[in-house]
Design a protein around this ligand. Structure first.
Ligand SMILES: [Zn+2]
Length: 148
């Protein structure tokens, strides 16, 4: 059996495109990665989804995946950034920047500015304050084409 040059090339790891929450540009990451670095700005990126089930007070909560706050979550952060969207069923105080839709469940209680392409508010959700901006997100295909 002859070894062709082609067989020496390792198969490309399956990847997906995420939007970097530092620079806002898109980069490809392995689907298996829990964290990665942005190919555009080289900063560290959390990839995995985050589920908060208790008190979380800190400066930032950020991932390229989704962030889910369950009913017992009590989150106070300066900035919460999610690439894949945010689902809130608990309490959240802080600014939300999401590249995916934000869903406020019937037990949600939020206080802070919010930027997202779409917001779904269930009856019963409490919104105490903040400025909401519904902003479209850049198309994923543009940056994906540049990634090799
Ligand atoms: Zn970046």
């Amino acid at each position: 059996m002859t070894l062709s040059a082609k067989s020496l090339v390792p198969p490309a790891a399956p990847s997906r495109t995420v939007q970097c929450y530092h620079c806002g540009r898109h980069c490809a990451v392995s689907v298996h990665a829990m964290s990665s670095s942005c190919s555009q700005c080289y900063r560290q990126l959390a990839i995995a989804d985050i589920v908060v089930r208790s008190r979380h007070w800190g400066s930032r909560l950020q991932t390229c995946g989704k962030i889910l706050l369950d009913r017992k979550a009590d989150v106070r952060v300066n900035l919460l950034t999610a690439g894949g969207g945010v689902e809130v069923h608990g309490s959240l105080r802080g600014k939300i920047v999401s590249f995916g839709p934000v869903t406020l469940g019937e037990a949600a209680r939020i206080d802070g500015d919010l930027e997202a392409p779409a917001i779904y508010v269930s009856p019963g959700a409490t919104i105490l304050g903040g400025t909401f901006s519904i902003v479209p997100v850049p198309k994923l295909e543009q940056a994906a084409a540049k990634v090799t």
